[in-house]
Write a protein that binds this ligand. Structure first.
Ligand SMILES: C=C(O[C@@H]1C=C(C(=O)O)C=C[C@H]1O)C(=O)O
Length: 362
């Protein structure tokens, strides 16, 4: 008997669910019409005063058994859902895979970034002298690394630390790169420097500290030069992709992303390499993704395994710092590989199964 009653009550519940659903749908359709009128009149969609009026009226009429709090809560959720129906669907970001399915491949010289092959970028933290960059460029050439990095405008934590050689540094980097047929990459921190820097730099780097320097992002977006955008020290994936969107939305689609470690409580590494960022960025975005194993780890002995992990996770390339005499380096002395360590690093990474190389390097 009890069982039968339960069945009947549940069946009435089911009928009421359907009625409620139909009423909610009818209500949402009216909400959508109201939204269209509001938008054509330029009125805000959200109207808290109107919502409060309705809530008060419903609370006054409520005879139970539901508590007034529950009624208010339920209707607030309904209003929220109506607002979602009213909102025009947001267009996916240009950097998103929803906007473009195929991978973006960036070509500089004979090098492709984001294509079939893994790419390596290496060089000193800072350009210090012509001899220094020449020595590094020769080592890169020998190791088959096509892109040389070297900082000339250094955003240092302390104003008393070496700030870089500026344009003179860019010129030295270019001179060494030209000598060995390499491409150059260097960080620019000021929109006003971009045009002049483009004479010496094949890829403009926007550093972690400037990831949300929106004027710099816009100016880089107005250029037609590849940009390497570093993830900010504490930037979420969403913020990172929106920063890239600033560049791409100005018409510069040649943007590559680089994970360089984020700030956490861990002290054994300089930053924490967020390896999950790699597959996430590759899935969410069509832009090439690189990993900087020097700044993320700050520890020479784990750079090769971290590079392999990054490539295994889907990274298109690796960036690593190398200096002929790291102990005497003007910046980041501890984390730069010397030439011997660099050769070993490259050998280990290239011989791993995760390094993609379709044709032997000539
Ligand atoms: C439907 C409207 O727009 C919004 C949604 C509401 C609702 O679902 O009832 C109420 C007020 C607004 O925040 C409206 O203004 O009437």
């Amino acid at each position: 008997m009890n069982n039968q009653t339960l069945q009947q009550l549940r069946s009435r519940m089911d009928d009421l669910n359907i009625k409620l659903l139909d009423l909610l749908s009818e209500r949402a359709a009216i909400g959508r019409q109201i939204g269209e009128i509001k938008q054509s009149e330029g009125l805000p969609l959200h109207d808290p005063a109107r919502e409060n009026e309705m809530l008060d009226r419903l609370a006054a009429r409520n005879a139970g058994p539901l508590e007034e709090k529950a009624i208010r809560h339920l209707f607030q959720e309904i209003f929220k859902a109506t607002l979602e129906v009213q909102q025009p669907k947001k267009k996916p970001l240009l950097v998103s895979r929803k906007s473009k399915r195929e991978d973006t491949v960036i070509r500089i010289g004979n090098t492709e970034i984001g294509g079939a092959d893994s790419v390596l970028v290496a060089g000193p933290c800072s350009v210090e002298s012509l001899e220094q960059v020449m020595e590094v460029a020769a080592a890169l050439k020998k190791a088959g690394v096509p892109v040389i990095r070297g900082g000339a405008f250094k955003p240092r934590t302390s104003p008393y630390d070496f700030q870089g050689l500026g344009f003179e540094g860019l010129k030295l980097l270019k001179e060494a790169a030209d000598e060995y047929g390499l491409q150059t990459i260097s960080e620019i921190v000021t929109p006003a420097h971009l045009e002049e820097a483009a004479k010496y730099v094949d890829i403009i780097q926007i550093g972690a500290r400037n990831m949300q320097n929106f004027e710099l992002l816009k100016a880089a977006g107005d250029m037609r030069k590849p940009v390497l955008l570093k993830r900010g020290l504490a930037a979420t994936m969403d913020e990172f992709l929106h920063a890239a969107e600033y560049i791409v939305s100005r018409g510069n689609s040649q943007v590559m992303l680089i994970e360089r470690g984020i700030r956490t409580y861990e002290k054994w590494t300089r930053n924490t390499l967020d390896i999950s960022a790699v597959p996430l960025l590759k899935q969410m975005s069509h832009l090439p993704v690189l990993v900087d194993v020097s700044h993320s780890t700050g520890r020479k002995e784990i750079m090769a395994p971290c590079a392999k992990a990054a490539l295994a996770a889907g990274a298109d390339g690796i960036m690593v710092e190398v200096h002929p005499n790291p102990a005497a380096a003007l910046s980041d002395a501890d984390q730069q590989l010397n030439l011997g360590e660099f050769a070993e690093f490259i050998r280990e990474v290239k011989s791993s199964g995760v390094y993609r190389q379709s044709a032997p390097t000539v």
